[in-house]
Design a protein around this ligand. Structure first.
Ligand code: PLP
Length: 410
């Protein structure tokens, strides 16, 4: 008899954003004239910049004649993009990496979700709490997380990140084999300092752990002291994989392009005692299960690194960060406690008057027609918090803040 992967049945309820969509759609059905503003899901709103669009057009033209037509691309990605990444994202910050250490992909979601496949099922994962749900759910699908009891998986180490510990996770007392860190953080909008990251690199080196470092929002860091890459920390190449994306950096949420760094120095002992290169395993997995990001899209991503591309990309990021300032300062004027929104496009706020995260969600949706994301959807320690994104249009951002200030009693 056919059997399904029973692990899928253990997954709790709806994926967070599906539940939000259901509630918003219900509200809209009952209130068809309501003008609902969403600062909920972290999707961008500003179009691709001209430099990228021109590169995409020209790449389409390349595909139209035999001389420059491209079929399947190289497994790791095209060298024009990899070289631009090495120079602009890493060498510029003093990090030396080789071209075979970069893997171009169609998204950091897929890569952060898929990477666990190359690890054994008896590893223990550690996640910050609250957390980007993909890390936990993909490990749950693989059967690595135990049972889901009272909002927590029995075989997951949760590292609470709240205002009380300044959103910096404490090193776990148990041994964590696979550690997921995200900085700038989704959802809290906070970042890990060099000192904090060094603690994690040292921990991983001492315990033989691997750090999955999600830097999807690195382009939003404004403070020069905050590391953009975990490889700015000595020894990190031996213990960390890094995930980056063009989704938020350059508006590619619908266009799809990202990359994952797997250093050659990163090795893990097999059961037979052999040192196994994670770069080799990931390369094997990629060449077996993935056929690359299209030439056209990789050309578009490479345009981010031309002089003009850099200028235009910076303008859009500054636009979103001005939205972040408007939200942050507006909510603070109202008397709300906010976090993040300085080196990240997310504002994490403490719900007022002891409200739960979903109570605040329903109140804002029903009373002022503003949608945010309930903190509890990101993990138990997110209860009592709420996330707003800076990715809206300026008009909508200003209007949403005005409505919250007028309609929410604090
Ligand atoms: N990692 C984090 C922390 C994110 O918040 C997101 C998107 O919301 C992603 C990864 C996914 O990025 P991509 O669009 O490249 O799949």
């Amino acid at each position: 008899m056919l059997k399904i992967n029973e692990n899928y049945l253990k997954l709790p309820g709806n994926y967070l954003f599906a539940e939000i969509k259901t509630r918003v759609n219900d509200y809209k059905e009952k209130n068809p004239d309501a003008d609902v503003i969403s600062l909920g899901i972290g999707d961008v709103t500003q179009p691709l910049n001209d430099e990228i669009v021109n590169a995409l057009h020209s790449a389409v033209d390349d595909m139209s004649v035999p001389e420059s037509f491209k079929g399947y691309g190289p497994d790791h990605g095209y060298s024009f993009l990899i070289d631009a990444i090495l120079e602009n994202e890493y060498a510029s910050r003093g990090v030396k990496l080789g071209s075979n250490e970069i893997f171009i992909s169609d998204g950091a979601k897929c890569d952060t979700g898929n990477f666990q496949e190359i690890f054994g099922l008896d590893n223990t994962i550690a996640v910050t709490d609250p957390v980007y749900p993909v890390y936990v759910d993909t490990n749950a699908m693989a059967g690595r997380t135990g049972e889901f009891i009272n909002g927590k998986w029995s075989n997951v180490i949760y590292m609470p990140c709240t205002a009380e510990n300044n959103f910096t996770p404490a090193l776990p007392k148990e041994t964590a084999d696979i550690i997921y860190l995200c900085s700038p953080n989704n959802p809290t909008g906070t970042t890990l300092s060099k000192t904090e990251l060094k603690k994690w690199v040292d921990y991983a080196r001492e315990n033989g752990s691997v750090i999955m470092f999600d830097a999807a929002y690195s382009a939003y860091i404004t403070d020069d002291e905050v590391p953009r890459s975990i490889y700015e920390i000595d020894g990190a190449k031996e213990v960390a994989v890094e995930f980056r994306s063009y989704s938020k950096k350059a508006g590619f949420t619908g266009t799809r392009c990202a990359y994952t760094v797997v250093p050659n120095a990163l090795t893990v002992k097999s059961e037979s005692g052999e040192e196994v290169s994670l770069n080799n395993l990931w390369a094997r997995r990629v060449s077996t299960k993935f056929n690359g990001v299209s030439y056209i899209i990789q050309k578009g991503a490479a345009a981010v690194y031309t002089d003009e591309g850099k200028k235009q990309t910076a303008i859009t990021i500054a636009y979103y960060m001005e939205n972040a300032r408007i939200i942050r300062e507006g909510l603070q004027e109202l008397g709300l406690k906010t976090f993040g929104g300085v080196n990240a496009p997310y504002i994490w706020l403490k719900t007022p008057n002891g409200m739960t995260s979903w109570e605040l969600f329903d109140k804002l949706l029903n009373e002022v027609n503003v949608v945010g994301t309930p903190g509890s959807g990101f993990g138990p320690s997110g209860e009592g918090y709420f996330r707003l994104t800076a990715f809206g249009s300026r008009v909508n951002t200003i209007e949403a803040v005005k409505r919250i200030k007028e309609g929410l009693e604090v």
